[in-house]
Design a protein around this ligand. Sequence first.
Ligand SMILES: Cc1cc2nc3c(=O)[nH]c(=O)nc-3n(C[C@H](O)[C@H](O)[C@H](O)COP(=O)(O)OP(=O)(O)OC[C@H]3O[C@@H](n4cnc5c(N)ncnc54)[C@H](O)[C@@H]3O)c2cc1C
Length: 304
Amino acid sequence: VQGSSPASFDGYLLAMACQQGAQHIPGRVRLVEYQDRPVVHTAQESYTADLLVLATGVNSNSPLSPAFGYQRPATELMAQDEVLRPPSWPADEVRVFFRQPPGIVFGALIPKGQYVNISLYKRGLTQDSISEFLDANGLDTQFEPEMSRLCGCNPRIAVGSARTYFGDRWVAVGDAAVSRLYKDGNGSAFFTAQRAMYAALRLGISRTAFQKGYAFLCRQISIDNFYGRLLFWGWDLALRSPFLLNTWKKALQQEANLSPEKRIHMRILWGMFTGDEFYKDLFMLFFHRSAVHGLWQGLRRRQA
Ligand SMILES: Cc1cc2nc3c(=O)[nH]c(=O)nc-3n(C[C@H](O)[C@H](O)[C@H](O)COP(=O)(O)OP(=O)(O)OC[C@H]3O[C@@H](n4cnc5c(N)ncnc54)[C@H](O)[C@@H]3O)c2cc1C
């Protein structure tokens, strides 16, 4: 917060960078060419750069010329909206829905001050997806969507890794390189940028330097995302199969009597939807003796 009015997160970070000596040149980069080193063209000016950091996310086309060989990560669409928070809606409670309407991966309602942010990720998004989601979960009367909607958009999220994301005198960071599947994109943006700058300062700005000092972090995120994909595939399967879903539910209910550190299935679910733990660790937890035992007990209870 700056003074009494709230500042955007991006604005806050930009102000901090400028305080540290960065020079902000507002303008859209139209093209970046490579002539011994990167040359950045805006509508007004051209700049020759010693090192180019591509941090353009995945919601616009890359300005890099084909000479860079860069291919941005695969993306998927989300639906996003902001509505006025009804007085009855708690200001400190995040709610996540998984079952309705069909095709949904998750829908989240996150209170932000006097607004509620609605984020929906589902297969086959249409213009009406947010309304259908509210309807299907009995939330339509509370939100009166047509009356109180403030903004709506269909941003893209990165669901893969970029190809050729660094070279001599250039490196891509954040969503433009790789980010954790469905989670903590700001964290990935921070860690990739931090690692890339560490490599640049300690090892140099050549392709080899980034290969040595940066690529492994992106590979780690990418491998972890593979386990994330397996977990979400399993979750999707469970949602479609009443048998699997009930077994899992029973296992979760059984855990309620255990101390928090022993609630393995709860930990897996919490981790999947908060990003608190690596997907690989969560995936491995499924094979933990007590997780298998919990499922077995869940299966027996279901049959009882
Ligand atoms: C609906 C939604 C909800 C999300 N919620 C969360 C969350 O709760 N927590 C979380 O951690 N992450 C969340 N994320 C992910 C997070 O927003 C991204 O992972 C993160 O913003 C990536 O940061 P970035 O700097 O790489 O890219 P971006 O934040 O996308 O920034 C890229 C910037 O580059 C600018 N740009 C692009 N092209 C050009 C050009 N040619 N010239 C000049 N400027 C250009 C863009 O205008 C933009 O300002 C969410 C994403 C979406 C879509």
